[in-house]
Design a binder for this molecule. Structure first.
Ligand SMILES: C[S@@+](CC[C@H](N)C(=O)[O-])C[C@H]1O[C@@H](n2cnc3c(N)ncnc32)[C@H](O)[C@@H]1O
Length: 475
């Protein structure tokens, strides 16, 4: 980056930050006002935005539920920010706060590789791997054009539109529609068409509907946003999905990847959320949030098979609720983790497994059991390589672990003389609190499941470092 670029960035950053204060108008009621942002003579084609930001400010009353009745007034400003040139000409629009926009000015918009060479059209590279076709009962869907293996990346692209989640709450319907329309209309026409062509399911304002039907949960500078990725938005929901995504908020790069092997011709699926809820509740939650009746493989099984799945889900929640957090209770991990992993496996909850495989590897290491530590470390490594990516820090961490188990900080730290052979059997822990376990069944899961670094389609899916997943939805 040249010095001039750095200066420009610093200047833009300063201007972006100052918007936060200069732009908030004094308002005595929740009348909001529109305002133009001062550009101090800068041309509108300078990076990062190619359009004048359009902003609206207002005040919302937040009821603090902990101290009921107490209403707190919160001032807010949301603006439309568009760069119509980045990401290989695809462009990106955001409806977000000036603070988030200022944070984004630092990002490398990922049009160049590390050596400054322009990146090829990455989506074009991978288009032979899948096709979009009509399904019988779910509108369009995405299908594998060849056999795909777990970990394969099938889409490399970028979101076209981001909307801060809070904006959907704070803005009243007309303001929201106006900002969203503006955000879309400032995009290049091919990108506009990609957005406007997407499925709708709720009625009302078209772009709001498109967002609610298709957006995925993402975070930008740690603030929750809905992101619209038109290619990935064609993937239908399944409670036990075979595909997943990662989003990198440093580069705005989005990667769709294969979670479990997919034979040629099979449909790709995403988890839109609620996958840990039992059948009836899951169905309700999907209907309420997504306005469709789930017809996925799991939801279409016989009543007896669904009941068996519900029972496994209850057992999974029960075991998760009992996992010890104190070091002196580490032996209990040996009783709980293997059955938990077996249940997750039976229930095809693939994306949940690596975190527990990793813990189990460290537990064996704590007890100085090298072979078992390495065996589970290998499983966790494979899982993270798929879920977080081969180059992720999770995958590296596990590669380091299996290469040198005895060099790991956990190795043999269980006090000598206190190790008992029966720990290895895993049956030393008595289920004296069996009753309890059922009490906390599914209560914790309001459909916001976190896979790894945060995903769920409420929808959240996705994953990664500062990458989130969620096929959101008000999400
Ligand atoms: C993100 S879009 C998926 C792509 C969409 N089928 C299309 O034609 O563009 C979400 C919409 O797909 C449909 N859909 C997705 N998963 C479904 C499922 N498991 N069962 C029924 N409908 C589903 C619903 O109409 C939902 O509103």
């Amino acid at each position: 980056t040249s010095e001039a670029d750095l200066e420009l960035q610093a200047e833009l950053l300063a201007r972006g930050s100052s918007l936060a204060t200069s732009n908030v108008l004094t308002l005595d009621n929740d009348q909001s006002q529109w305002c133009k942002v001062n550009r101090d003579g800068a041309t509108t084609t300078s990076l990062p935005w190619t359009w004048e930001p359009m902003c609206v400010s207002g005040i919302s009353a937040d009821t603090d539920s902990d101290f009921d009745e107490e209403e707190e007034l919160r001032k807010w400003t949301y603006c439309v920010y568009t760069n119509g040139e980045v990401m290989g000409g695809r462009g990106v629009s955001l409806v977000t706060t000036p603070e988030v926009a200022a944070g984004l000015m630092m990002v490398d918009f990922a049009d160049e590789d590390e050596d400054g060479n322009p990146l090829p059209d990455r989506e074009e590279d991978l288009k032979h791997l899948y096709e979009v076709k009509d399904t019988q009962d779910k509108g369009k869907g995405v299908f594998a054009k060849q056999d795909l293996a777990a970990g394969d990346i099938i889409m490399r692209t970028s979101p076209i539109l981001f909307v801060a989640r809070s904006a959907l709450q704070d803005l009243e319907a007309k303001q929201r529609a106006k900002l969203l329309d503006q955000a879309v209309s400032q995009l290049p026409s091919t990108s506009q068409n990609l957005v406007l062509d997407l499925a709708r399911s709720h009625g009302g304002d078209p772009i709001t509907d498109i967002l609610k039907t298709n957006a995925m949960g993402t975070e930008i500078v740690a603030v929750g946003h809905l992101g619209l990725i038109p290619e990935s938005a064609r993937i239908n929901h399944a409670c036990r999905p075979n595909a997943f995504y990662r989003f990198n908020d440093q580069t705005l790069q989005f990667e769709e990847f294969v979670l479990v092997d997919i034979p040629q011709g099979q449909e790709l699926t995403h988890n839109y959320g609620f996958s840990l809820l039992p059948y009836e509740q899951r169905r309700e939650a999907i209907k309420e949030n997504w306005a469709f009746e789930c017809t996925c493989e799991l939801c279409s099984r016989s009543a007896a098979e669904r009941a068996a799945s519900d029972e496994r889900l209850e057992d999974i929640q029960g075991i998760k609720g009992k996992l010890p957090t104190r070091f002196d209770k580490t032996p209990q991990m040996l009783a709980y983790l293997p059955p938990l992993l077996e249940l997750l496996d039976k229930e095809n909850l693939t994306s949940e497994k690596p975190q527990f495989e990793e813990v189990l590897a460290y537990v064996w290491s704590v007890f100085g059991q090298e072979a078992r530590a390495r065996e589970w470390g290998e499983k966790a490594k494979k899982g993270w390589e798929v879920l977080a990516g081969r180059e992720s820090w999770e995958a590296r961490r596990l590669r380091d672990f299996v290469a040198d188990v005895k060099g790991h900080g956990s190795w043999g730290i269980w006090p000598e003389g206190e190790f008992e052979e029966e720990y290895l059997e895993g049956d030393h822990v008595h289920d004296d609190d069996e009753e309890h376990e059922h009490e906390h069944g599914h209560e914790h899961d309001h459909g916001h499941e976190h896979h790894g670094h945060g995903h769920d389609h409420e929808h959240e899916h996705g994953h990664g470092h500062g990458h989130s997943h969620e096929h959101h939805h008000e999400h």
